[in-house]
Design a protein around this ligand. Structure first.
Ligand code: ADP
Ligand code: MG
Length: 400
């Protein structure tokens, strides 16, 4: 599960990290009110969407040349820019060409930035522990730095029992070039990031950028978390009702949300062949073989080992609600589930949903003969397939 930047920063602040002042607005008027409330000081309007790369994004069809992060100093500009942010979808590298509708804008105090640093924690599956990564060249191009000069990425392994140790955070702070009071400030933010990561079962927690503001006269710059991104382990959400409450379903794919409610594992893809499969491994190989034969899957869908009629019906409804789906492949291996049970579910679901697109069905496993006979006798417009290759060829041809 993902959350918004403003929510991630609130979690960091609660763990002791310094963040800039800000208010969340849901209308252009509220954005202006927030600007006034913050004393007409320069602000950055930040579109809250779950996708990253907002700064370099653009609002689709708006004709404007700014993205989801905009520095502003005047009241009328806040009004005009907020108007655009709420009106047009934001397209970034991570949203896809359709973009994402913006329903919240963070009106954040603008920082006078001296330098931008990257810090982030992910689970290192090779080492089997979370690893804190830091890079003095932070900001918006961190992926490129990691690819071009991986030696610039500093790392600290986190012991899951004891958490990130103060000496580890201090060592990184030195290596990142912090001096004086900034060392303690950076240490505090990194420690907060480590705390949140472990306490809330994150799969990713990052601050990019962590900034040092410009010094003013004798006053040295301060260290602040300017942007934050977090994702949480869905399997651990049951023990974090506070995190689950932060979920914003409007940011998620509606078909995926609907499938989740029915207990189906569904991921929307961009092709035109709908797939209904039982078992994640079989679903993966089904997608592979469709691609191998020149087709493009419209989705990944695992109805699970013990799918019932209701789940199969809901799965078909979800598949067929996508107008891009031109043909469907049902690929079932009756292991835990028997083929006659799944055939009965398919027949019942078919009668209810009455699909208009061609279907190819490959059944294999326990009671396969009964299952095939039932499908044949049903008189439904289903093309049987003998094996996976046959099924893939037939469905690719059917989808054109
Ligand atoms: P994203 O990573 O989605 O592009 P960020 O919040 O990281 O969004 O913003 C992109 C860039 O905009 C930052 O690297 C920083 O240079 C600038 N920026 C973001 N927030 C502020 C702020 N409050 N004050 C000044 N500049 C900011
Ligand atoms: Mg960022």
């Amino acid at each position: 599960m993902k959350i918004h930047e403003y929510q991630a920063k609130e979690l960091l602040a609660a763990a002791g990290a310094a963040i800039p002042l800000g208010m969340v607005a849901t209308t252009p008027q509220a954005a202006v009110a927030a600007f006034e409330h913050q004393g007409h000081k320069p602000v950055v309007l930040k579109a809250q969407v779950h996708a990253g790369g907002r700064g370099k994004g653009r609002f689709k069809d708006s004709g404007k040349d700014f993205g989801g992060v905009k520095y502003l100093t005047k009241r009328e500009d806040v009004a005009a820019v907020a108007e655009v942010m709420f009106k047009y979808p934001l397209v970034t590298k991570q949203t896809g060409p359709e973009g994402q509708k913006v329903s919240k804008v963070l009106v954040q105090e603008a920082a006078d930035i001296d330098r931008e640093i990257y810090v982030g924690i992910v689970l290192d599956r090779g080492l089997g522990v979370p690893v804190l990564m830091a890079c003095a060249e932070g900001g918006v191009e961190i992926e490129e730095v990691a690819a071009r000069s991986p030696e610039k990425i500093l790392k600290a392994m986190i012991n899951p029992d004891t958490g990130l140790q103060p000496f580890q955070a201090r060592r990184l702070a030195f290596e990142l070039g912090f001096t004086g009071d900034q060392i303690g400030q950076a240490e505090k933010i990194m420690t907060a990031l480590g705390r949140v990561f472990l306490d809330k079962d994150c799969t990713l927690a990052e601050i990019n950028p962590l900034i040092v503001s410009k010094s003013q006269g004798d006053k040295p710059g301060a260290v602040l978390a300017l942007d934050a991104k977090m994702t949480f382990d869905d399997n651990a959400l049951f023990r974090h009702p506070d995190i689950e409450a932060l979920r914003d379903l409007s940011e998620e794919n509606p078909a995926e949300v609907r499938a989740g409610k029915a207990g189906l594992s569904f991921i929307q893809l961009s092709g035109n062949i709908g797939c209904l499969v039982n078992g994640a491994g079989l679903a993966m190989s089904t997608m592979d073989i469709i691609k191998y034969h020149g087709g493009e899957p419209a989705n990944f869908l695992d109805v699970g080992g013990g799918a019932n009629k209701d789940q199969v019906t809901e799965a078909l409804r979800i598949l067929l609600a996508d107008p891009r789906v031109k043909a469907v492949l049902i690929n079932i291996f009756g292991g835990i589930m028997k083929c006659d049970t799944i055939a009965a579910a398919v027949i019942a679901a078919f009668k209810e949903v009455q699909p208009k697109v061609p279907f190819v069905v490959r059944l294999e496993g326990t009671n396969v003969e009964q299952g095939r006979a039932m499908l044949k006798e049903s008189g439904l417009n289903l093309t049987p397939a003998t094996d996976l290759t046959d099924a893939a060829k037939k469905v690719v041809a059917a989808a054109g």
